[in-house]
Design a protein. Structure first.
Length: 96
C-alpha cells in the first residue's frame, strides 16, 4: 500500500469510502501504522443503520419512529451492539 511505501507513521482517511471501511484501521494496525480515527468495531457500528440508531437513542438523540424505537444499548467488549439487543430492533418477516 502507499502508506507502507511512503513509510508513514499514521493515516487520517479524510472523507469517503476509506473513512467508512472498518477494515482500514485493522489493516493499518497489522502493518504497524496508526489509524487516526475510530476503531474498526465503532466504524462498523456507526456504519450500520440499526446500530447507529440504537446508539443515537442511547445518547438521547431524537429519532424518527422505527422498529427499534426506544431500544438502547452500550457497545459490548468487542465494540458492537450485543446481538440480542440488535435483533430486537430488526424485522425478520413481512408479518412483523
Amino acid at each position: 500500500s502507499i502508506a507502507v511505501e511512503q513509510k508513514v507513521d499514521a493515516v487520517w482517511p479524510g472523507w469517503g469510502h476509506a473513512s467508512e471501511n472498518p477494515l482500514l484501521p485493522t489493516s493499518l494496525k497489522e502493518k504497524g501504522i496508526q489509524f487516526i480515527g475510530p476503531t474498526a468495531p465503532v466504524m462498523a457500528a456507526l456504519g450500520d443503520k440499526v446500530s447507529a440508531n440504537i446508539l443515537a437513542q442511547t445518547a438521547n438523540v431524537p429519532s424518527i419512529p422505527w422498529s427499534g424505537e426506544g431500544i438502547t444499548s452500550a457497545l459490548n467488549e468487542e465494540g458492537v451492539i450485543p446481538q440480542d439487543i440488535f435483533n430486537k430492533a430488526c424485522l425478520f418477516s413481512v408479518e412483523e
